[in-house]
Design a protein around this ligand. Structure first.
Ligand SMILES: Cc1cc2nc3c(=O)[nH]c(=O)nc-3n(C[C@H](O)[C@H](O)[C@H](O)COP(=O)(O)O)c2cc1C
Length: 204
């Protein structure tokens, strides 16, 4: 029997319109790399009212668009979206709704996963967004990770950062810089995901 290829990359997949979620994605990727694994940054394309509007294959800014191979090849997944009415943004949901083949074949089953978000307001739905983003990943059979309270920044933060995943409160005008605690927690989540992926891949 041919052995399974060893997968080293954590897929850090996001949608971001004004860049805040993308910033968190880069911090999570940094945490992944601090823990010794490769981070593969990818974004989902936007959706248009007429849904199949062709996008240029390479986005004008940010990470490359995600492909099926990224899902198959990853050792774990961090997935992020801005909050839209207390839930994930449509482009990410649209992408997830196209992953029936991966669900049927168990492409993501048994791999670790984590979620992240950015909101305008402190109580505008960070937790509901993170928890509802976790649901499709559970259907895919992924092993969900949060952030433990052994991270001191989780107790100290006065803005984002939750036990359910990393987050940022961008402010009503979107001009809040990512705080030191938000930054630490995003990196800690990346490290945790990489550590879990390495342990799960280790021979028994
Ligand atoms: C249609 C729409 C709905 C939104 N809903 C919420 C919300 O429910 N709660 C909130 O705090 N912010 C909400 N926002 C604000 C975004 O979540 C916030 O600006 C986020 O930081 C943007 O992330 P990005 O820079 O990655 O695009 C909404 C924005 C839009 C455009």
């Amino acid at each position: 029997m041919t052995p399974e290829p060893v997968r080293h990359a954590i897929l850090v997949l996001y949608y971001s319109r004004s860049g805040h979620t993308a910033q968190l994605a880069r911090l999570i990727a940094r945490g992944v790399e601090e823990a010794g694994l490769e981070a593969r940054l990818r974004q989902v394309p936007p959706v248009a009212p007429v849904t199949e509007t062709a996008q240029p294959p390479v986005p004008d800014e940010g990470a490359p668009y995600v492909s099926r191979a990224d899902l198959a090849e990853c050792a774990g997944l961090a997935m992020g979206s801005p909050t839209r009415f207390g839930n994930m943004a449509a482009p990410l949901k649209h992408f997830l709704d196209s992953t029936g083949a991966e669900w049927a074949s168990g492409t993501l089953a048994g791999k670790p996963a984590a979620v992240f978000t950015s909101t305008s307001t402190m109580h505008g739905g960070q937790e509901s967004t993170l928890l509802t983003m976790a649901l499709p990943l559970l259907h895919h059979g992924m092993l969900l990770l949060g952030i433990p309270f052994t991270e001191p920044a989780l107790t100290a933060t006065g803005s984002g950062g939750t036990p359910y995943g990393a987050s940022h409160v961008a402010g009503a005008k979107g001009d809040n810089a990512i705080s030191e605690h938000e930054r630490e927690l995003a990196r800690a989540l990346g490290r945790r995901l990489a550590d879990a992926a390495r342990k799960l891949a280790a021979p028994a």
